[in-house]
Design a protein around this ligand. Sequence first.
Ligand SMILES: Cc1ncc(COP(=O)(O)O)c(C=O)c1O
Length: 353
Amino acid sequence: MSRYWSKVVDGLTPYVPGEQPKLPNLVKLNTNESPYGPSPRALAALRAEVDDTLRLYPDPSCDSLRASIAAFYKLKPAQVFVGNGSDEVLAHAFLALLKHDEPLLFPDISYSFYPVYCGLYGIEYRQVPLTASFEIRVDDYFAPNGGIIFPNPNAPTGRPLALAEIERLLRANAGTVVVVDEDYVDFGAESAVGLVERYPQLLVVHTLSKSRALAGLRVGYALGDTGLIEALHRVKDSFNSYPLGRLAIAGAAAAIEDRAHFEQICAKVIATRARLASDLAALGFEVLPSAANFVFARHDPHSGAELAARLRERGIIVRHFNNPPRIEPFLRITVGTDAQCQTLIAALKSILA
Ligand SMILES: Cc1ncc(COP(=O)(O)O)c(C=O)c1O
């Protein structure tokens, strides 16, 4: 601590992002990026934006991008909020919609940024344990709350929650906001976007970092009732009026409009995931059923930390979490290309031999 720090900063426990190593030639399967490049139309739009107009501020309300996203989901632009990665969208949602007198509820095994936002904004929260098979049980959320948030599919487990269960939760929980963080939904789970018109307390969050292969551009968005979206704009305009630059706005809109490229990426990742899961199972791993672009797998009685370290010695990086202790044995492995996954399987074979 420094004598110059505020009390708030002194009390923070910041999020630790997955490693972004500077070493060349690593097989990087640790932060759920796309192994395939972004839409060529997005790249062309980015290049076209590099001109003299960069001296001008971008559109603070990102109208063109919001119109593209709204058209993709058959919603109105007023039902769309965009931000600098879904992390920023989530941060604004925590402050705008999830800070109330009752505690915010989220799973005990979930995106580890949620408790960090609670720390930053002083939000009370209660972590609801997943079942023994690492599933969200909706009935466990039928309790007084100041809001509910969970990823679907969940991270880092990859397990999806059925849409009918999400609707059951929404029916039982009309009084506070339910945020469904759908960063990985395009890889095989059922999206709740279709419920937005019927449930004014539902906010669905998406990213361009995974299924649109644009983690480097930093664009995410939220879909919901205009009242929820207005709350997000109030926070955004009290924080940073221009969260997306001209390049991000143009590139993201072109990526959203290129549906064929997006569908191709998702199909390839889904096919590789099935092969990866069966290859891991053949090596004796227990692999949780995944609807995401990663798998969560353990090989009893091996420690996850040890397996991750031995993979790293072979130039392969995966993600490992210690907390809570029951996920220590697991590795979270991003679905790479078929070749990357084969390199991983060969390395695991020699480590386990
Ligand atoms: C569940 C979940 N939500 C949100 C994010 C943030 O993604 P981004 O800020 O790149 O949109 C991640 C990143 O991996 C995630 O796993």
